[in-house]
Ligand binder design. Sequence first.
Ligand code: AMP
Ligand code: MG
Length: 417
Amino acid sequence: MSLDEALERLLSTATGQRITDTETVSTFEALGRVLAEDVASTLDVPPADNTSMDGYALRAADVPAAGTVLPVSQRIPAGVVGQPLQAGTAARIFTGAQVPPGADAVVMQEQTAAAGEGQVRIDTVPTSGQWIRRRGEDIATGATVLRHGDRLTAQAMGLAASVGRATLRVCRRPRVAVFSTGDELLMPGQPLRPGAIYNSNRYTLRGLLEGAGAAVTDLGIVPDRLDATRAALREAAADNDLIVTSGGVSVGEEDHLRPAMLAEGRLDLWQIAMKPGKPLAFGAVRRGPSASGQGAAAAEGRAEALFIGLPGNPVSSWVTCLLAVMPVLRALQGMPAAAPRAIAVRADFDWPRPDRRREFLRVRFNEQGGLDLFANQSSGVLTSAAWADGLVDNPSGQVIARGDTVRFLPLSALLHA
Ligand code: AMP
Ligand code: MG
């Protein structure tokens, strides 16, 4: 199956199970949340013409030549509203203060000099309008500044505040349960015994999911046993919208997710034509009667929790979470489906032996604006992921020669699109 086909199926299911609950949060607390309303401005921003410089507000026509001396008729600090400007005078004014009626220009103080008691010399010929920020030049009353489905970045929170919004209506956080499978896994802090490795996916996945606005329930490590896997799935389904697991989705004898999922719900095991990240499982876990009536997810009346099983190899887990789980989280929160925006960038490396599958290569920008390749592209080498600025999306069988233009997916686009 192609990744695009897998995504289409994932997204159509997720869109059908879109979270409809919303909540009102303080604009301060809205970082990363997804808007459940349009935000329209009820005011002009800025609310009045104001100066972008410390200096003197005056009529440009009163200064026909550099060196003109004008009496200073008033002083207007920021936050104070001055008097209408008397013709033939200048008002001392400070950045952010409203320009008084009658003035049509500001001369910055660096282009003026004191000229005796209560007078100022203007050493430039001003043009009408200079250094004035116009009322409504950022936002006009009635303009929609943010839309339903927009993710609230730091800038978007600031923008909402600039139109006076103390609270915002947002989608309820998607509730996501995560567990790792594998008897070889230990947690950092435990001594490493022979045969064991530390559980890195638990950290990577939790970080990605929380960064995408999810409320994560971490169910830890589940042993490679059918009964334990089934119990973990039931617990996870009770009050979550989505269950994300790592490992155990190959078809080895120790991979118990498939039989456990078939017993607790339904599952498709996909072999996706991508590298890294070939095996991906997608399904749903039934909610038992004990779960109904409890919790937010159950309260919305859905009978099942979605399930995505990621491969265990750390880079595969990370890449498939970026490419498949992030879009599902966006769809669950009502964000419009949009492929991450790829940019055309020069490859400063050779890739002479491409895979038959579509590959996602770990790359990083160099100072010349080209892309360097991490030397070891193995799916177990997490160093490559921590080093990378993003992924090159390389089509099946495509040789890359130094200087070629490739499709680059910046991490920022994969994480926050
Ligand atoms: P699996 O998909 O369970 O066959 O695992 C594939 C590879 O990924 C094996 O080498 C596992 O040891 C490794 N692996 C699985 N889960 C994790 C994890 N949570 N953290 C780090 N490595 C893992
Ligand atoms: Mg395993």
